[in-house]
Design a protein around this ligand. Structure first.
Ligand SMILES: [Cu+2]
Length: 160
């Protein structure tokens, strides 16, 4: 084997090891992970997604619910160009599981300054768990272009 081939293989192996270490560090030490798929909302032929969704738990009770001491669930529905509810109030230090979906087109669900970043697809349930350690007001925005008034689609998370 040529000397340059060995050097090239060594560089490739080193780059692979560095990338795997970065992936491991990000997912284990920093807690970065993809949003999970919370399920699918099925409609029969002729049914409107809107009617089925609003009767399907947990979307029949939108908003924040305490599911265990210090643990909350925030159920949010996105539609052009609003989030319902558009204000989510939480106590500092609480762990919250966002459960969200879209009624019409693909929307984004991004809370600025946090790792909460999901895509909301009609008929699909997106979930993401996060702990808000610091009190403050966090901006919630749609970051998937969803039409003419996309830039106005926002909400807030108020942590006290
Ligand atoms: Cu949008």
């Amino acid at each position: 084997m040529e000397r340059y081939e060995k050097a090239f293989l060594a560089v490739c192996a080193a780059v692979l090891v560095i990338f795997l270490c970065a992936l491991g560090y990000g997912s284990v030490a920093m807690g970065v992970y993809l949003p999970s798929h919370g399920g699918t909302i099925y409609c029969n032929a002729g049914q409107k997604l809107r009617k089925v969704l609003l009767k399907t738990p947990p979307f029949d009770h939108k908003g924040v619910q305490e599911i265990a001491p210090g643990k909350y669930r925030a159920v949010v529905i996105a539609k052009t160009w609003t989030f319902t509810p558009d204000e989510i109030d939480l106590p500092a230090g609480a762990e919250v599981k966002f459960v969200a979906t879209s009624l019409d087109v693909i929307h984004g669900f991004f809370i600025v300054g946090t790792r909460v970043n999901m895509m909301l697809i009609p008929g699909q349930i997106s979930e993401f768990t996060y702990r808000f350690a610091k009190p403050g007001e966090y901006l919630l925005i749609c970051h998937e272009y969803c039409g003419r008034l996309h830039h106005t689609m926002s909400g807030k998370v108020v942590v006290k």
